[in-house]
Design a protein around this ligand. Structure first.
Ligand code: GDP
Ligand code: IMO
Ligand code: MG
Length: 422
């Protein structure tokens, strides 16, 4: 029987999905990305080397694992080829990469539009990664986007010139520099040729793989609270990083999925604007940031840090149907000495143990109910749960009891092997 394991972020991203996915790829024939684009930054420390993946599933590092960029992903070809170059230097067999004919393509005008939209929002800006992700998905929904397959159509150049002309009218209106039409056309005709060996009908490829009892690992990008429908709209990304996005972004069915691993940290972080109920915008947050090296893998921005929020996590667990949790950075929280875990919100005398839409717009009024725990422990190098100090076990068990889901993976350091498997 084939297995399809999904790795999803439960908070605001950067939970350590890359590390968990690479680890699970060890037992997988195919590693798959289904959503988002190079707004993602997945850090992997593998055999002593640190690699940051933006587009390609990190499981490609595993010798026997093929990698698929699914139809729900948006691809910036420039970033794709930069990433392939890095992997080539690491001796990765690039012929293992397969790119969906249906994935959408990011163009330079998307990146400029991303910057323009943010500027126009003024104080209401989202704090995007400025990678053109939102505008590319906008064009997809507006039916003026280009799928990879459309680049090989005889109409491609005409339609691309049409889009650039129209986008330049918009940039002109707002005093933005105009884009060089011929340069973009030439660049993308070149990318199209370079991309060709990788392009295939990945939906059929995945279906055939399942028919042949292959195992698949789906590497989620972004996270539940950044979901366009179920997250903190409008402070979200422009895709569905939750479980539904895995299906629409790959062509796998709900029935194919056998395991859903939800990833979070022993604390919480957010990069970009938007609500963050357990944020510690103070010395504690600064200490967590330094201990956990919480700086963006994509934009290098300092991440906002705070306590683990079990109320939001309960919501994320329910939405995604999480069957097992991965909790990273238990080593980091162990350096803090003491920590708080948010187990409830109080708003207008009502107590919530799971996130609710009642909270929307009242994030600043919510009173947080915390459990305090001692977190003074050194766990680097520990490999089995039983060897963990009692306070570390207690931390895990409070999370497990609140969320009613078993903790299967515990991160004890940044390296791929720094993990306790339960
Ligand atoms: P992703 O986007 O979810 O893949 O996560 P990122 O790579 O953006 O951020 C996670 C960061 O935490 C990376 O720098 C990882 O190397 C690091 N990391 C992951 N797990 C652990 C852990 O258990 N302990 C420590 N100290 N670092 C970890
Ligand atoms: P990984 O996969 C953390 C955030 C941005 C911004 C919002 C919208 O590494 O966990 P976008 O560029 O997508 O339009 O930005 O979403 N964001 C992420 N934050 N990790 C990510 O990916 C993110 N991808 C997008 O900071 O707040
Ligand atoms: Mg990241």
């Amino acid at each position: 029987m084939s297995k399809v394991a999904v790795v999803l972020g439960l908070n605001y991203g950067d939970e350590g999905k890359g590390k968990v996915s690479t680890f699970l790829a060890g037992n997988s024939d195919i590693a798959l990305r289904c959503t988002g684009g190079n707004n993602a930054g997945h850090t992997v420390e593998f055999n002593g080397e640190k690699i940051v993946f933006h587009l390609i599933p990190s499981g490609i590092l595993n010798k026997n694992t093929d990698a698929v960029i699914g139809n729900g992903v948006v691809i910036d070809p420039k970033v794709l080829f930069e990433e392939l170059e890095v992997l080539d230097k690491h001796g990765v067999d690039l012929s293992k990469l397969h790119i969906s004919t249906r994935a959408h393509v990011i163009f330079p005008y998307h990146i400029e539009e991303d910057k323009l939209q943010e500027l126009l929002k003024g104080d209401d800006k989202v704090g995007t990664t400025a990678r053109g992700i939102g505008p590319c998905y906008m064009d997809k929904a507006n039916r003026i986007g280009f799928r990879v397959i459309d680049m090989y159509n005889e109409d491609f150049e005409r339609k691309l010139r049409r889009n650039i002309t129209n986008k330049n009218k918009l940039f002109d209106l707002y005093g933005f520099p105009l884009l060089d039409e011929n340069k973009i056309v030439d660049e993308y005709l070149e990318y199209r040729d370079k991309m060709k060996p990788y392009v295939m009908d990945t939906v059929s490829f995945l279906h055939k793989a399942l028919d042949n009892n292959k195992n698949i690992i789906c590497e989620g990008a972004q996270a539940t609270m950044l979901d366009m429908d179920l997250g903190d709209y409008p402070m979200v990304t422009s895709s569905n990083p939750t479980i539904g996005g895995i299906q629409t972004g790959s062509g796998l069915s709900a029935n194919d999925i056998t395991d859903v691993y939800g990833v979070c940290k022993a604390y919480a972080s957010r990069v970009g604007e938007g609500p963050f109920i357990t944020e510690q915008n103070n010395e504690i947050g600064d200490t967590i940031r330094e201990l956990g090296h919480e700086y963006g893998a994509t934009t290098k921005r300092p991440r906002r840090c705070g306590w683990i929020d079990l109320v939001a996590l309960k919501y994320a667990v329910r939405i995604n149907g999480v069957t097992g949790l991965a909790i990273n950075h238990l080593d980091t929280i162990g350096k803090l000495g003491k920590a708080k875990l948010c187990v409830g919100y109080k708003l207008n005398n009502v107590i919530y143990d799971e996130y609710s839409d009642d909270i929307i717009g009242h994030e600043n009024e919510v009173e947080t109910i915390y459990v305090d725990l001692n977190t003074e422990f050194e766990i680097a190098g520990l490999k089995d749960y039983e060897s963990l100090p009692i306070d570390a076990k207690k931390y895990i068990e409070v999370i497990e009891n609140h969320l009613c889901v078993p903790v299967k993976f515990i991160g004890t350091g940044p390296d791929n092997d720094d993990m306790i498997i339960r």
